[in-house]
Design a binder for this molecule. Structure first.
Ligand code: SAM
Length: 230
């Protein structure tokens, strides 16, 4: 069954405003979760930490404009704002941005350099020094990825950082096995993407890869890439 881009997005938005919101808010929190969720929480935290390490190493974070597209509960936006960046977080899910705002209020003494907006990344406008999009592409099939990345590139003055679930033989086998056992743990469809495809899309948009990392725990796999305008 093939779905239109609009249908695909509606499914994702509804999920992250309902069961997906509850599931991911807990994973991206610090309360009690099950072992699999704990592993995913730790893997995701490694991805966030790696991005922060990269940006801090450049020593130009204070005042840097950053678009965090698909910001979720603000796991990256909030620490970046804390480090002095001017952060524009946005997410397709109203519930996610509301939670991000609550967390920012609790963790930051003043909320002056971070905003959260309910908006899908396809309709974002403006220019930002850096555009970041972590663990969002996993929700979309390959045929929608070129347009999404092109749009993110058009918003970036200098750099795009994104992460995706890499398509490798081992992971494809794992996914197939998982599909043989559909159960209540099934969440949303997860799409993996080929690294070479992503690199080519960046190149077609005039970007080249600078830093990259592979983050992997038992249940969490994410390929992290930084691409800059050439
Ligand atoms: N980037 C965050 C992080 O790493 O903590 C959240 C990752 S979470 C797995 C995926 C997020 O992408 C969800 O909050 C979801 O609502 C959001 N999302 C999905 N499709 C989107 C779209 N088209 N535009 C903006 N956000 C989207």
């Amino acid at each position: 069954q093939t779905m239109s881009v609009a249908d695909e997005k509606t499914v994702v938005r509804d999920y992250f405003n309902s069961t997906g919101f509850d599931r991911w808010r807990r994973i991206y929190g610090n309360g009690q979760v099950n072992k699999v969720q704990l592993d995913i929480r730790q893997g995701h935290q490694q991805t966030v930490d790696r991005v922060i390490d990269w940006l801090k190493a450049d020593e130009n974070l204070p005042g840097l404009t950053i678009c965090d597209a698909g910001c979720g509960v603000g796991s990256l936006s909030i620490p970046l704002a804390e480090a002095g960046a001017v952060v524009y977080g946005s997410d397709i899910s109203e519930k996610m941005v509301a939670e991000a705002y609550e967390r920012a209020k609790n963790r930051l003494s003043v909320i002056q350099n971070v905003t959260f907006t309910a908006q899908d990344l396809e309709t974002l406008q403006g220019r930002y020094h850096t555009v970041i999009c972590l663990d969002v592409l996993i929700h979309y099939p390959q045929d929608q990825i070129p347009e999404m990345i092109s749009h993110l590139c058009s918003l970036a003055e200098s750099r795009v950082i994104l992460s995706f679930a890499p398509k490798t033989l081992a992971l494809s086998v794992l996914k197939k096995i998982g599909e043989l056992f559909p159960g209540p743990s099934k969440t949303t469809r997860a799409y993996q993407h080929r690294e070479a495809d992503i690199v080519k899309i960046f190149r077609d948009n005039g970007f080249s890869i600078q830093r990259q990392a592979m983050i992997g725990t038992r249940f969490y796999y994410s390929r992290l890439m930084e691409a800059t305008r050439t």
